[in-house]
Design a protein around this ligand. Structure first.
Ligand SMILES: Nc1ncnc2c1ncn2[C@@H]1O[C@H](COP(=O)(O)OP(=O)(O)OP(=O)(O)O)[C@@H](O)[C@H]1O
Length: 565
């Protein structure tokens, strides 16, 4: 956290310096009062007026410093918080897809909202308050030593106790805060989940269940917040008690010294005022230390998120894909108990078109995820142009492969921005990509053509149109490979046919399509159909060959026909 605190060193030092000045002015108050009282009791009117004038200048100075602090501190906080959020967001975005999807996205949202809020209020603000209070306390101690050192020793002993005890409570408070922060994360995740399922909740009349789920987690969060507040409150009361002791003890000892004639009444008044600068700031500092330390768990979470990942170790570059991608005796399981891919042997040659078919759960999407390097195979080899796949720089792999999923992400922008993804492409290239992806008719019909805004998350487009946008993206990018996972599922058969045919006509493009549409017209365009069952490739070859074989693929075709009827 220090990295963020000291990012803007000058601003930090300036704000800290103003806090030190405030501490100094706090302590000076005692001497101002003593001076006024001494002047008033001296019988000299001139001395009294001078003392009052000095006091007025002091008050003006104090107000000026206070205003300055109200201006400088927000500037520092704005800069630091902006940097902190930007840094965390950049680290989230720079995660690789695999490690990003290991966490629920609500966790990231919670860090960027709830936890960041706590860092500002409990850490950054309190660091400055701490500087202010500690300066006041230390200068008050020096002043008390100056007035009477025996009294200072008594105060010092109470301070040591005052500092030691709250340290004992620190870890308890930090644990409660960690539990509270985790429950907030879960609340954010659950709220996001329930609101995303708004339509389903209404269609299926399960609002009662959604309310129940929300109530449970809401109550849990509030209970944990209450526990945290109770622990924090009790600790504060105890530290306040220590602060009161700090105030009362020197009063008793100081009164005794006046009785003995060791110090004057004027000094005693200054001492009484200084007590306020000892007891209050000490108890405040102790509470502030507790609150600053209570964000320990959040700091760890942020540290974990922003720690530099070890550099990717790769030994090969792959500027262009030239020949083939081959899989040899590949095994992979999400769990140790069950293999999702078993002894898969395949060759994907440059420019050829492959359709992956099979029953639901047969491993088609898993195969694509392994090809995207989201998961490492448990055993077996993948070679790309003869190079071991795992050792080729990931950036090169993603330049060669474009993955188009079922849910296409759309930015709130124009159609052109969404197709070109903010890169500059010539009109001709854009139109060509639209033509292949079957978007030309849509573009012609829009009042502003490609410049038409498509709304938040592309909500002005239909599901099929969004999928065609993603196909146009892939074509524009000029990848060697396109992996499609049920991408044409939202398209009617006629459009699906024309798009898949256009993609199959792209000579240089290697196409691997996961499809449930077992239709002769579409599948005949593929060089090879790969049939999967229970994680294994059980048949492969061109459509006619497989159909005539009258094996598993044949049965799939007939199921589909029966279904279509
Ligand atoms: N993240 C995961 N964790 C654990 N098991 C998973 C995970 N994803 C998929 N599986 C399991 O792996 C197997 C293969 O799933 P996969 O998604 O690859 O099938 P599929 O052929 O693409 O299915 P569909 O056609 O229904 O999309 C299934 O048994 C599935 O339950």
């Amino acid at each position: 956290m220090r990295k963020y605190l000291l990012k803007y060193k000058l601003s930090f030092c300036l704000t800290g310096f103003i806090c030190v000045l405030q501490g100094l002015l706090n302590v000076m108050m005692a001497f101002m009062l003593a001076n006024c009282i001494d002047a008033a009791s001296s019988g000299s009117f001139k001395r009294f007026i001078t003392a009052l004038l000095i006091y007025a200048v002091y008050i003006l100075g104090m107000t000026g410093i206070d205003i300055l602090q109200k201006i400088i501190k927000p500037i520092y906080i704005r800069k630091t918080m902006t940097y902190l959020k930007k840094d965390i967001f950049q680290h989230i975005l720079s995660k690789d897809i695999r490690s990003f999807s290991e966490e629920n996205s609500a966790k990231y949202i919670s860090i960027l909202t709830n936890d960041i809020g706590m860092i500002e209020s409990d850490y950054i603000e309190n660091v400055f308050n701490f500087i202010w209070q500690v300066t006041t306390f230390l200068l008050a101690i020096v002043s008390v030593v100056y007035i009477n050192y025996k009294l200072a020793i008594a105060i010092f002993i109470v301070s040591i106790i005052g500092f030691y005890l709250p340290q004992r409570f620190r870890s308890l408070l930090s644990k409660r805060k960690a539990v509270y922060s985790t429950s907030l994360e879960m609340l954010t995740a659950k709220t996001k989940d329930l609101l995303s399922g708004f339509e389903v909740i209404h269609n299926f009349n399960i609002a009662w269940k959604a309310n129940e789920l929300y109530d449970d987690i809401n109550m849990d969060v509030e209970r944990k917040k209450q526990n945290f507040s109770i622990v924090s409150g009790v600790i504060n009361s105890l530290t306040n008690f220590l602060g009161t002791c700090m105030f009362v003890l020197p009063m008793i000892v100081g009164g005794y010294f006046v009785y003995l004639g060791t110090i004057t009444v004027g000094s005693l008044i200054a001492l009484i005022q200084l007590m306020n600068n000892l007891a209050g700031p000490l108890s405040q500092s102790l509470q502030l230390v507790n609150r600053i330390n209570s964000i320990g768990s959040i700091t760890e979470k942020i540290h974990e998120l922003t720690k530099e990942e070890p550099e990717e170790t790769f030994t090969h570059r792959l500027p262009v894909f030239e020949n083939e991608l081959s899989l040899e005796h590949l095994n992979f399981g999400y769990t140790k108990e069950k293999l999702a891919l078993e002894d898969v042997n395949l060759r994907f040659e440059k420019g050829k078109k492959y359709a992956l078919v099979g029953a639901s759960g047969s491993g088609k999407s898993t195969l694509l995820r392994v090809l995207l390097r989201y998961y490492k195979p448990d055993s077996g080899d993948i070679l790309i142009d003869g190079l071991p796949y795992e050792q080729v720089k990931l950036e090169d792999i993603y330049k060669q492969i474009t993955f188009i999923q079922q849910n296409v992400f759309m930015f709130d922008g124009t159609l052109k921005e969404n197709i070109g993804l903010y890169q500059d492409y010539s009109e001709d290239k854009l139109n060509e990509a639209c033509k292949i992806a079957g978007l030309s008719e849509l573009v012609k019909g829009l009042p502003n053509g490609l410049e038409e805004s498509i709304g938040e998350a592309g909500n002005k487009l239909s599901g099929g149109e969004r999928q065609r946008v993603s196909i146009a993206r892939a074509i524009l990018r000029g990848s060697s490979f396109i992996l499609l996972d049920e991408t044409t599922s939202a398209l009617d058969n006629k459009i699906a046919y024309s798009i898949e045919k256009s993609l199959c006509d792209l000579e240089q493009m290697t196409l691997i399509v996961v499809t449930h549409k077992i239709m002769e017209d579409i599948l005949k365009h593929y060089d090879e159909i790969i049939v999967m069952k229970s994680g294994r490739v059980i048949e492969q070859g061109p459509y006619d060959e497989l159909y005539e074989k009258k094996g598993y693929f044949y049965s799939l075709c007939n199921v589909e026909e029966t279904y279509e009827l």
